[in-house]
Ligand binder design. Sequence first.
Ligand code: FPP
Length: 251
Amino acid sequence: MTPKPRNDRPQGLHVACIMDGNGRWATQQGKARLAGHRAGVETVRTVVETAPSLGIGTLTLYAFSSDNWQRPRREVVALFELLDHYIRRETERCLKDGVRVSFIGRRDRLSAPILRAMERMEDATRDGATLHLRIAVDYSSRDAILRAAAQLAASPGAASRSDSRHDRDSFHELLCATDGSGVPAPEVDLLIRTGGEQRLSDFLLWECAYAELYFTPRLWPEFDALDLETAIADFHRRERRFGRVPDAAVG
Ligand code: FPP
């Protein structure tokens, strides 16, 4: 059976962002790194507000990786304060704009107050149907894959599964079920990384199997609505073949 094209997304595109360059932006401005993260939150607002008008149905933002715990304690504390502030300030607006928010990543290492704030935001916005905003906190894609794989191995019938496509689909579902939020999300269509680096940094490795990659030298705090529009226009010019030949080449 021919697999159905997976770029047909009635629920909108899934765009993921690695929000890089906050520190460099702050240094350029002669400010402390924290000022860069603060400015980065303004970009988060802009991107969330603009996404639905560009056909984006799911937006996943990499706010704090599991490796970010290795940053200076002061910066880690400041990042969680910013997240807490964002949650307090944006829950109402998300509700009004139909934005459903969920958090992916490990929850067992987060402080009780931030965890409560995250859960409250998830609960309050769960009926939002315009955009699904996923915020990755204490997230490592390799850890997420390992957790899902362990669960799959322990599930009944694990040894006898033979249909590999079915396995891919069910593994994807399992990843979503175990990613911290438990809310399903489609595979990533477009991954944007700001700040000039060209790597994935342990972000959505499974979900990006066929994602288009877009790297821009723009630093996250200066990335604006027009930059997002440019990235989406670039995405629409690409030919996504998912391993097949172009339609014109089918004889
Ligand atoms: C990478 O820039 C950015 C981060 C590790 C944190 C991203 C966090 C925010 C934008 C704010 C909080 C998010 C939400 C959703 C409220 P960097 O510091 O590594 O920059 P550099 O490479 O220039 O040093």
